[in-house]
Design a protein around this ligand. Structure first.
Ligand SMILES: [Mg+2]
Length: 138
């Protein structure tokens, strides 16, 4: 039985790898569970940008999409975005943050962000961002 009868699971997500980068453990668990429930084939987590880069190297991992908090210790979301886009412009990156002031959004866009989710997030806001960033059928 699918995890949620009301909303269809997205079959197009079955072959996707998404990395969730978030320093708050409860949010990390919540978001990863939501993604798995939507049908994402592989969900990898990291607690900050530094750990995200380390895991990508250690696992030879190239996620289809990185879903990332902005404010984190060690390496924040904007720096991770900048580094990833510099080495791999095709990697999809969605920022999920309480930082919604225009300057922040503009700055993220200038660094190539593919989507922006305001916290507190909803299931719908995550689905919409994934749809746009990964080009899923509506
Ligand atoms: Mg944070």
């Amino acid at each position: 039985m699918p995890p949620d009868q009301e909303h269809p699971v997205f079959p197009d997500l079955a072959d996707k790898t998404i990395m969730v980068v978030e320093d708050t453990g409860s949010s990390r668990i919540l978001v990863s569970g939501l993604l798995r429930g939507l049908g994402v084939g592989r969900v990898v987590t990291a607690a900050d940008g530094r750990e995200a880069l380390d895991k990508m190297t250690a696992l030879s991992l190239r996620p289809d999409l990185v879903l990332c908090d902005w404010v984190m210790p060690n390496m924040d979301g904007l720096e991770l975005l900048t580094r990833l886009k510099a080495q791999d412009p095709g990697i999809k990156f969605v920022m999920m943050t309480v930082k919604t002031e225009p300057e922040a959004v503009i700055s993220a866009k200038q660094h190539g962000v593919d989507g922006y989710i305001a916290k507190p997030f909803t299931r719908e806001s995550i689905i919409n961002a994934l749809r746009k960033a990964l080009g899923l059928p509506a």
